[in-house]
Write a protein that binds this ligand. Structure first.
Ligand SMILES: Cc1cc2nc3c(=O)[nH]c(=O)nc-3n(C[C@H](O)[C@H](O)[C@H](O)COP(=O)(O)O)c2cc1C
Length: 173
């Protein structure tokens, strides 16, 4: 199954997930950073990976996703929040909403990714009243995020994309 994998990644978390997805499709995977803006025509599946930026796909991924027409599209992402949180669900929903109706949405995968230490330092400087101010709950989440994506996340990404591949293969999607 000829698969295009396009990822947007600032600090490498989403790239790691992209490389795990690449393993699922083997020689039939074509992987590019989003900056290369690869044409999406001629593939059986287009998988686009993004990092969550203020509750949606980052800008570069947004541009790529909105430009897709007549493709089978799957999305994957990393974010600082917990992957089972409402914020994660909404962030992915916001990205899915960018997909043009001419495409077929196949499914998505999201997991935590460590937050840039520079950003964490900025959070620490915020006043208590700020919605992003540091507190014990936020610090715990950042500490957890710092361990991701881990081997388990990458295995889950592979499992999810292997399912997509299987479903496309058998015509279930
Ligand atoms: C400017 C900026 C904004 C971010 N916004 C969010 C956000 O809204 N929600 C969230 O859960 N994580 C947010 N993050 C955390 C990143 O999505 C997360 O660390 C991601 O794994 C980074 O992926 P990358 O290594 O592929 O760049 C933000 C990070 C940065 C730098």
């Amino acid at each position: 199954m000829k698969t295009l994998i396009v990822y947007s990644s600032l600090t490498g978390n989403t790239r790691k997930v992209a490389e795990a997805v690449q393993e699922v499709f083997g020689k039939e995977a074509y992987i590019f950073p989003v900056e290369e803006k690869p044409p999406a025509d001629g593939y059986d599946l287009v998988a686009v990976g993004f990092w969550v930026d203020r509750g949606t796909a980052d800008k570069k991924a947004q541009e790529y996703i909105t430009g897709l027409c007549n493709q089978k599209v799957a999305l994957f992402a990393t974010l600082g929040a917990y992957p089972d949180s409402e914020h994660a669900r909404q962030s992915m929903a916001n990205a899915v909403a960018l997909i043009d109706d001419s495409n077929q949405f196949i499914g998505s995968f999201i997991c935590q990714g460590k937050i840039d230490p520079k950003l964490v330092e900025q959070f620490k400087k915020l006043p208590e009243s700020h919605p992003h101010a540091m507190n014990p709950e936020r610090a715990a989440r950042h500490q957890e995020a710092a361990k991701h994506p881990d081997e388990n996340d990458l295995a889950n990404a592979k499992r999810v994309f292997a399912e997509f591949r299987q479903n496309l293969h058998t015509g279930g999607l």
